[in-house]
Ligand binder design. Structure first.
Ligand code: 4NP
Length: 146
């Protein structure tokens, strides 16, 4: 799960998908394309909306996406088109490029991007939670993860 800062959207996406799969079979992680917040906890608003929905994402720590992630993961989901472009720029082969998708391409909600909630209000976090939750249900069904 990849966003820009790895403190708002992708930590929630990691926590949500982790909650829906068997951790013995599926490794879920998140990263940001920017390095502004490396080592930090998720944004307090993401921690709060997670908690409200029964998830504890407070133990996650921010890291930056790197090309070696293509060797570790089979699927790479970008929250928006900028993240998608930035991840694609680090891909080395067609195999790498084929792993990268927009998260919301996994479902048909009529929107393509999880909007960046960083500069908005708390209600933006409820909204992105619901988008990501639906997309993760789509991933679990499509990849038969449960
Ligand atoms: P995220 O949100 O990409 O969902 O983690 C952002 C977090 C931090 C910044 C931008 C977006 N920032 O500019 O620091």
């Amino acid at each position: 799960m990849v966003c820009l800062g790895n403190i708002c959207r992708s930590p929630l996406a990691q926590g949500i998908l982790e909650s829906k799969v068997d951790s013995a079979k599926v490794m879920v992680d998140s990263a940001g394309t920017a390095g502004y917040h490396i080592g930090n906890k998720p944004d307090h608003r993401s921690i709060a909306v997670g908690k409200k929905n029964g998830l504890d994402i407070s133990k996650q720590r921010c890291r930056k996406f790197e090309s070696g992630d293509f060797d570790q993961f089979d699927q790479i989901y970008a929250m928006d088109k900028d993240n998608f472009t930035n991840v694609m720029a680090l891909a080395r082969t067609d195999e790498d490029r084929n792993k990268v998708k927009l998260l919301l391409a996994e479902i048909d909600l009529g929107i393509q991007e999880v909007p960046d909630p960083y500069y908005g209000g708390d209600d933006g976090f409820d909204y992105i939670y619901s988008l990501i939750d639906k997309a993760c249900d789509g991933i679990v069904a499509k990849l038969h993860l449960r």
